[in-house]
Design a binder for this molecule. Structure first.
Ligand code: SAM
Length: 203
């Protein structure tokens, strides 16, 4: 992006933040460093099926695309129509899907995708309805063979215990080089009772 394009993109992001604060949930698009941290499990040496939820303006999408094996498949989901169009233009080789995470099962089925190697969630998980988070975890538990649930956060450590409600193992990676320090949760081993009322999280 040019500097002018960058400024225009930031203005658009801030206007989205004002109109859809809870679904956007971050002050700016992720920095290069945060995007790279989200790609910890993207493997350049072998083809993978990679899923990104919540593409926004595409900083993580384009980083995955740069880092992945040329024969990997990347599906990126975005609920906002304008952002979807923007990322589709920015990453023309990526299957950018306009839709909601609550329809994830159908979206993967429609593409014949049975398993996902990298499951990368940029969703504003704490502000989503419980049912949407539950659906995402259900899909992850059935389809993610690597067993890592990668989740972005804009508030370091704050939600660690929330993710600990659903997963036995949660590790946090701090990323200081972002407009506000942010980070990534790497979650494994879903708890057997993750569907119980005490284990669910979201609005
Ligand atoms: C925190 S932003 C992250 C954007 C981008 N990946 C980044 O790192 O800069 C969250 C994104 O998730 C999208 N989103 C929110 N709810 C969604 C849903 N139910 N399904 C798909 N995308 C959603 C928002 O529109 C927003 O673009």
């Amino acid at each position: 992006m040019t500097t002018g394009g960058n400024i225009a993109a930031r203005i658009k992001w801030v206007s989205k933040l004002f109109t859809h604060g809870r679904t956007i949930a971050s002050l700016t698009p992720s920095s290069r460093w945060l995007s790279q941290a989200m790609c910890r499990d993207v493997d350049q040496s072998r083809p993978q099926t990679i899923l990104e939820l919540g593409a926004g303006m595409g900083p993580v999408t384009s980083t995955i695309h740069k880092m992945m094996h040329p024969k990997s498949t990347l599906i990126s989901l975005e609920i906002d129509p304008e952002l979807h169009t923007l990322v589709s233009q920015r990453c023309p080789d990526v299957d950018v899907v306009h839709g909601s995470a609550e329809d994830l099962e159908d979206i993967l089925d429609a593409r014949g995708i049975e398993s996902v190697d990298c499951f990368i969630s940029c969703l504003p998980t704490p502000s989503l309805p419980k049912e949407v988070n539950q659906h995402v975890l259900d899909v992850w538990s059935r389809r993610c063979v690597s067993g890592v649930f990668t989740q972005i956060t804009q508030i370091p450590w704050w939600y660690q215990s929330m993710y600990g409600k659903a997963f036995h193992d949660v590790s946090f990676q701090l990323v200081g080089r972002n407009i506000l320090p942010a980070g990534v949760y790497h979650c494994r081993n879903l708890r057997a009772d993750y569907k119980s009322a005490e284990r669910q999280y979201g609005k």
